[in-house]
Design a protein around this ligand. Structure first.
Ligand SMILES: [Zn+2]
Length: 187
């Protein structure tokens, strides 16, 4: 990211919006917003995702619910927050539980759509664990819905993403839904 260019453009944006970027309330705004973008979009590059071996006679599922993260809507550059539940059926590896949270943050901290966020989290969990049974449910609050013309206060947006092979296996989906509900979230 070119922080200098971003700061200059933000100052120009204030002028274009008819504001005086030198007035006290706005003087530090371009630098402050640039710091926000730098921190938010530069989140967690290069962290490792630990997996552990998993061997069991029966069949298991894992779900982590209550994962709250914030993202930026790529259509309006306005924030949205989501609460996610990630569920998967491990084959021979499980992910460290906190890694699921980290994966959610990693994919949230960019210009994003709620629909794609769920898909990216699921694909990452599948890639790291080798599982083909991964599902992500999310409920989101979009400030672009609240602040723009529709003024849709109190609306919530729910999404479900099922990894492709899983979508054809309703019994497996139901199994994941059950553990996800225990984790407090499959809607
Ligand atoms: Zn939006």
């Amino acid at each position: 990211m070119d922080a200098t260019a971003v700061e200059t453009l933000l100052r120009d944006l204030l002028i274009a919006l008819g504001e005086d970027p030198t007035r006290p309330g706005l003087a530090d705004t371009p630098a402050r917003v640039t710091r926000f973008f730098t921190e938010f979009l530069g989140h967690e590059a290069g962290t490792t995702d630990t997996t552990f071996e998993y061997q069991a006679e029966g069949e298991g599922c894992v779900a982590v619910g209550g994962i709250r993260t914030a993202s930026l809507c790529e259509h309006h550059l306005l924030p949205f927050t989501v609460e996610a539940v990630v569920a998967y059926a491990p084959v021979d590896r499980v992910l460290g539980l906190s890694k699921l949270v980290r994966i959610a943050h990693r994919h949230a901290h960019k210009l994003q759509l709620q629909e794609r966020l769920g898909a990216e989290i699921a694909e990452d969990v599948a890639r790291l664990t080798g599982s083909k049974q991964v599902a992500v449910w999310m409920v989101g609050d979009h400030s672009c819905m609240v602040a723009r013309g529709v003024r849709a206060h109190g609306t919530r947006t729910a999404t479900e993403y099922l990894l492709k092979p899983l979508a054809a296996d309703m019994a497996a989906v139901e199994r994941l839904r059950r553990v996800a509900a225990l984790a407090g979230g499959a809607r």
